[in-house]
Design a protein around this ligand. Sequence first.
Ligand SMILES: *Cc1c(COP(=O)(O)O)cnc(C)c1O
Length: 389
Amino acid sequence: MSIKELDKKYIANTYARFPIEIVRGEGSKLYDDAGKEYIDMGTGIGVSVFGVGDKEWIEAVTEQLTTLQHTSNLYYSSPCVKLAEILCEKTGAKKVFFSNSGAEANECAIKAARKYAAEKKGAEYYNIITLNNSFHGRTITTLAATGQESFHKDFLPLTDGFLYADAGDIEGIKHLVNDNKVAAIMFEVVQGEGGVVPLDKAFVEEVKALCEKEDILLVVDEVQTGNGRTGALYGYMKYGINPDIVSTAKGIGGGLPLGATMFFEKTENVYTPGTHGSTFGGNPVSCAGAYSIIKRLDDAFLKSVEEKHDYIINELGNAEGVNGITGLGLMLGIETKKDVNEVLKYCQENGVLPIKAKNKLRLLPPLNISFEDLEKAVGVIKNALREEI
Ligand SMILES: *Cc1c(COP(=O)(O)O)cnc(C)c1O
């Protein structure tokens, strides 16, 4: 049986896969089972920050893998502490909790927000405001946080206590805060799965001010926007705000599963022994790899991300077949005149692998992609967008 038939027979039917089997890669290049070469413009879904087979990451991971693969959270672990330390140094966070995925990082944030509010204001302050068109994960609670009804269908009842407002609607949020007992407001600074839609800076500042005034926690979901993706170490830094909790995953592990929830001043002491935990969370191999990633995301590197952003915008911003481009850094959504599925198919056939977000073509290339590969990929995308093909 072919891989396609075996997959259909044995794998739970949750994914509409593209008809490609990736078997290996090198940097920004991916190769399928027939040896065909592709330029990677998706990095999984914003995961392989430094591409495939990054030397420094491989060394860090291999060294830890051949030393100690797992130690439970019953014992101290140096890779985990080292990663937490560099994250705190670079963000101003006070403490970090490690898990294995974005959904878990958000669960941890949501639990912390409820616990903070329960202790400070009372257990009835359990509501969390999120935005319509957001995406926060697939567990029953993070689905509840996800402000898109299409994801909720057939899974009701979801976790209680989530309220939704439109991005940009500060008055709507103020009404929700007045009419309900609210623990936190949670958003992505760029709604990734929602179509690569950045929030308005003034709106973000107003939400921050409201949170300060009402002692409501500001939780930023940086699962996709984090770890250099937007051209800042974390996307909130571009908005000049100080969150109370930041969750991240995807890119932080450089390809291995890892989630992190960062606690700032107000929230650093919310968790106490026994109130949260994870068997695999903070796996030493994942953490050793993540340290080698975070260490390299310095100002000079982030500037190179912005240069690649500018290059893409210059080349594709006014290109034929483009209605507009949204996003920050190397997290971009192209609104295509043609059906995005046709554009994607052309790209795949011609050796370039972007992904989709809603009806947009989504670009999430390795942050260290060479200009040579980027030029090639942009050339193919330009042709794909053209009406007459
Ligand atoms: C991908 C994503 C998640 C979920 O992450 P998983 O690792 O798939 O659980 C949550 N929030 C945002 C913003 C995401 O992009």
